[in-house]
Design a protein around this ligand. Structure first.
Ligand SMILES: Nc1ncnc2c1ncn2[C@@H]1O[C@H](COP(=O)(O)OP(=O)(O)OP(=O)(O)O)[C@@H](O)[C@H]1O
Length: 242
């Protein structure tokens, strides 16, 4: 069942068009990977979905409601959350207080009824033993877990993750993919991941969307997408990166 749909979305920055006539749907409960070369428009697309940007033309519909003109906090109130490539944390407080801040914000915009218990979030993000750790002392993987935990604490139905694997080593990628898988399995939350690491994306995603020069190229299962001749060509002849 389609949870979010974009129809003919165009995003114009002055004379520059970053997204052109993009249409596709996100299915409830899926892990959707979004890939494409540098500058393809992936982050712009994510922001058009989460409210960081409002599409110049076209529409974004979530759970049957047209949210095209809604700002980020209004979309968060409807259950749309986002995590960023560089973890945005409250670094002067503890891990637990970061999650609490997410929950307080979620209560404000979304209401307490949508709560995911903090103990479940701590378990899923594997932060149970780090509740009192000052966020400033956390390593990169832990910071990514905290950011995901804080996003979960707002009680979302869908989370958009911008390059969640950026900066992680091979072992950390395996660990964080497992966390993301558990979040989807245990909470049924839809996850949309913008990611350059297409091999990792192929392991975790149900479907992968490829965009190039702001335009739709393909949306299908990883096996079909990453073996498609046109997609391979877009990636300069390489079938997979790291
Ligand atoms: N606020 C803005 N004003 C003008 N141009 C912008 C703005 N934001 C993005 N762009 C341009 O839009 C295009 C798409 O950028 P975007 O960051 O969405 O690409 P991307 O696929 O996420 O790239 P990368 O993989 O390098 O992160 C780029 O050419 C970028 O320079």
């Amino acid at each position: 069942m389609t949870q979010m749909s974009l129809t003919n979305v165009t995003m114009q920055f002055g004379p520059f068009r970053a997204l052109t006539d993009l249409s596709f749907g996100i299915e409830r409960g899926e892990i959707l990977g979004v890939a494409g070369p540098n500058g393809a428009g992936k982050s712009t697309l994510m922001n058009v979905c989460t409210g960081g940007l409002q599409a110049t033309r076209g529409s974004v519909v979530f759970n049957g409601q047209d949210i095209t003109g809604f700002k980020r906090h209004s979309r968060c109130g409807l259950g749309i959350a986002q995590t960023f490539q560089i973890p945005t944390l409250l670094s002067s407080v503890t891990v637990g207080e970061n999650l609490l801040a997410g929950q307080i914000f979620g209560h404000e915009v979304r209401g307490a009824a949508m709560d995911i218990p903090l103990r479940d979030i701590l378990y899923l993000t594997q932060l149970e033993d780090q509740l009192t750790l000052p966020a400033s002392q956390a390593d990169l993987l832990t910071r990514k877990r905290i950011m995901l935990g804080a996003a979960l604490a707002t009680g979302p139905e869908i989370i958009f993750m911008d390059e969640p694997l950026g900066g992680l080593n091979a072992q950390e990628i395996v660990e964080f993919l497992q966390v993301i898988r558990h979040v989807r399995e245990e909470l049924g939350i839809t996850i949309v991941m913008v990611e350059h690491k297409t091999r990792a994306l192929a392991e975790i995603a149900d479907r992968i969307l490829i965009i190039n020069f702001g335009a739709f190229v393909m949306l299908d299962t990883p096996g079909v997408v990453l073996n498609d001749d046109h997609v391979v060509e877009i990636y300069l002849g390489k079938k997979h990166d790291a």
